[in-house]
Design a protein around this ligand. Structure first.
Ligand SMILES: [Zn+2]
Length: 302
């Protein structure tokens, strides 16, 4: 990391207000301050401003970008990227369909040769936003079902789908040589997650999917996450993926017990003292309640 703890903390407070979710609608707060392009290793880095973390790889012989935030933030990212390289983006990926990861596609398309996403990501983006004339959509032109792989420059990029989780179309984009993986919103690092049931997500599947992710990657994999409790937590390790799985299991266990004890949805969802959630924070007030409601709705359906 090339920026200081102090800088992180400063933006951390701003990032914390990143997304407010009410029901199925996403509402985004005012744009946050960006630290520009943050290098995490050699030619790899991230860009944080508003919405999901953008991942980038900028080498002489290959430029790859993952996720696009919003048009008004991705344009600043592109300006920064162009100071680093004049090369066009060879490969652009969406990790999933949510607007804070695909909203900037409309801007980035002019700078990208190829746009890739899981087939469900494109379908869900069309379903969720395609009928809204207020938000112009650009969809990936290349889709895959299980895996998509390409050698580019000195890297091999592999996009993999492990199953439903946060949504029905979450992919992990892995740079095999560097062993760096963008996990999108499969991990909300140390911050309560959003389970998008209407967008194909499921807490039970999310746990199973993370088990597969944990088996596939290694303890040396450097991960980029869509969201973190603070901006220094948008990168992490396999241990953070394990912690995410454990958090989801803790929520399921808590809600299952509540249902068994005859508690209703309101009693369960207003709980704040949940075993196994020490150190987890709400980025926005209400995120824990919404997570518990989603888990309740899913468990009661069974
Ligand atoms: Zn998301």
């Amino acid at each position: 990391m090339k920026f200081t703890r102090k800088e992180f903390l400063k933006t951390g407070a701003l990032i914390a207000g990143g997304v407010l979710i009410q029901g199925n609608k996403f509402f985004y707060s005012e744009p946050q301050k960006t630290l520009g392009l943050i290098t995490i290793r050699d030619n790899f880095g991230i860009y944080i401003e508003r919405g999901g973390t953008i991942g980038w790889y900028a080498a002489k012989d290959a430029v790859v970008v993952i996720d696009s935030q919003f048009p008004e933030t991705v344009n600043k990212f592109i300006t920064e990227l162009q100071k680093k390289t004049t090369r066009k983006i060879d490969l652009f990926f969406n990790t999933h369909h949510h607007a804070d990861h695909t909203g900037g596609n409309v801007y980035i398309k002019d700078f990208a040769k190829k746009m890739i996403a899981h087939e469900n990501c494109v379908a869900l983006q069309k379903k969720s936003y395609g009928n809204n004339p207020g938000t112009q959509q650009v969809y990936a032109d290349t889709t895959f079902a299980d895996e998509w792989k390409q050698k580019i420059g000195k890297e091999t990029v592999v996009a993999k789908y492990f199953g439903p989780a946060h949504t029905g179309g979450d992919a992990v984009i892995h740079f095999e040589k560097a062993n760096i993986a963008h996990a999108g919103d499969l991990v909300f690092n140390k911050t309560y997650p959003y389970i998008d049931a209407n967008g194909g997500g499921s807490v039970a599947s999310w746990i199973e999917t993370l088990e597969k992710v944990i088996k596939y990657y290694s303890k040396d994999t450097l991960f980029i996450f869509g969201h973190g409790a603070t901006s220094d937590l948008v990168t992490g390790s396999l241990g953070d993926v394990v912690a995410m799985k454990n958090l989801l299991s803790a929520l399921v266990d808590f809600v299952s017990k509540g249902i068994k004890d005859g508690k209703n949805k309101i009693e369960i969802s207003l709980s704040t003292d949940i075993p196994g959630t020490d150190g987890w924070k709400e980025r926005v007030a209400g995120m824990l309640r919404i997570a518990l409601e989603k888990v309740y709705d899913e468990l009661i359906k069974k």
